[in-house]
Design a protein around this ligand. Structure first.
Ligand code: NAD
Length: 290
């Protein structure tokens, strides 16, 4: 299969390399000129996509995705499939899918979970939105780049799933960090706190798999001076997307709103930028109630 891969950044480069390693012919394009192992770079984005059966995009945000779609949709061959793996707002995902379908293309929004480690190892989880026909074209490629793909529904459903998952993640991380900081002030040993909560009703992925307290639980960014992992500003981006979606769907999400506000404060005025999103724990540690 002829594949074009647009956006060879931290995630896109290893994903494209895995497709090439599996024997596909992959042509890449990135405005920064980055390349990936086994991938031939095209001079222009139109050159990259014109003969492709499948075009995959892995771009920073919805605005850039819309601009790239304006360039590539008219250049793609009829019947080809556009698979967007970026994390973007639901409205952009639906608009780009409509644009592609109107040009006789198939379209899938398929954001991922698993980070750069998962992209390199080929163990990402894909959450996909689009027609059954479009999903069937993309599924064998998801199997190469990942370990699981869930077809969540029509266009935009993949982004909806991603945004809802990460809203839970942001809220849960804050809850876990503030509970550790309270436990400290109550004189409770952190290891004992972990031993109890990780096997009680307060357990969660943030406590059990990504514990924000250094030296407690499995290895996590907390054990590496809170170097990301998953940076606070990326969590802020996803929480903002969840609030944008809640606004446009008229959904009441008070905890998501509060989590977005806290990560905004942390990133923009408390030196949280560039730190893992679990660095909320040292932030709470330093604070009193007022
Ligand atoms: P990145 O910034 O490393 O990569 C984005 C790439 O897109 C860059 O190389 C950039 O030069 C390129 N680009 C920008 N504008 C372009 C254009 N007009 N044409 C072609 N290329 C262009 O970001 P990343 O970490 O690879 O993330 C990509 C997407 O995946 C984001 O939407 C992010 O939210 C999502 N995501 C990231 C992670 C992670 O852990 N990094 C995890 C899950 C999802």
């Amino acid at each position: 299969m002829q594949i074009a891969f647009i956006g060879l950044g931290n995630m896109g480069a290893p994903m494209a390399a895995n497709l090439a390693k599996a024997g596909h012919s992959v042509i890449g394009f990135d405005t920064a000129g980055t390349t990936a192992e086994g991938v031939t770079n095209a001079a222009t984005v139109q050159d990259a996509v014109k003969d492709a059966d499948v075009v995959i995009t892995m771009l920073p945000n919805g605005q850039i995705l819309r601009a790239v779609a304006d360039q590539i949709v008219p250049a793609m061959k009829s019947g080809a499939t556009l698979v967007d793996c970026s994390t973007v707002d639901v409205d952009s995902a639906r608009a780009v899918a409509e644009q592609a379908i109107a040009a006789s293309l198939l379209a899938v929004d398929a954001p991922v979970s698993g980070g750069t480690g998962g992209a390199t190892a080929g163990t990402l989880t894909f959450m996909a939105g689009g027609s059954a026909e479009a999903f069937a074209v993309a599924a064998p490629l998801f199997d190469i780049m990942g370990q699981k793909a869930v077809h969540c529904g029509d266009s935009g459903a993949g982004q909806a799933a991603k945004i809802c998952n990460n809203m839970i993640l942001g809220v849960t991380m804050i809850a876990t960090c503030e509970a550790f900081a309270l436990a400290d002030k109550l004189g409770l040993d952190r290891q004992k706190m972990f031993d109890v909560v990780s096997t009680s009703s307060g357990y969660s992925w943030t406590m059990n798999a990504y514990c924000p307290a250094p030296g407690v639980g499995p290895q996590s960014p907390a054990d590496n001076d809170y170097k990301p992992g998953f940076a606070s500003e990326l969590m802020l981006k996803d929480l903002r997307l969840s609030q944008q979606a809640a606004e446009s769907a008229d959904a009441d999400t008070p905890m998501g709103q509060m989590a977005a506000a806290l990560y905004e404060q942390f990133v923009e005025s408390e030196n949280g930028k560039g730190m893992d999103f679990s660095a909320m724990l040292p932030r709470f540690e330093k604070r009193g109630r007022g």
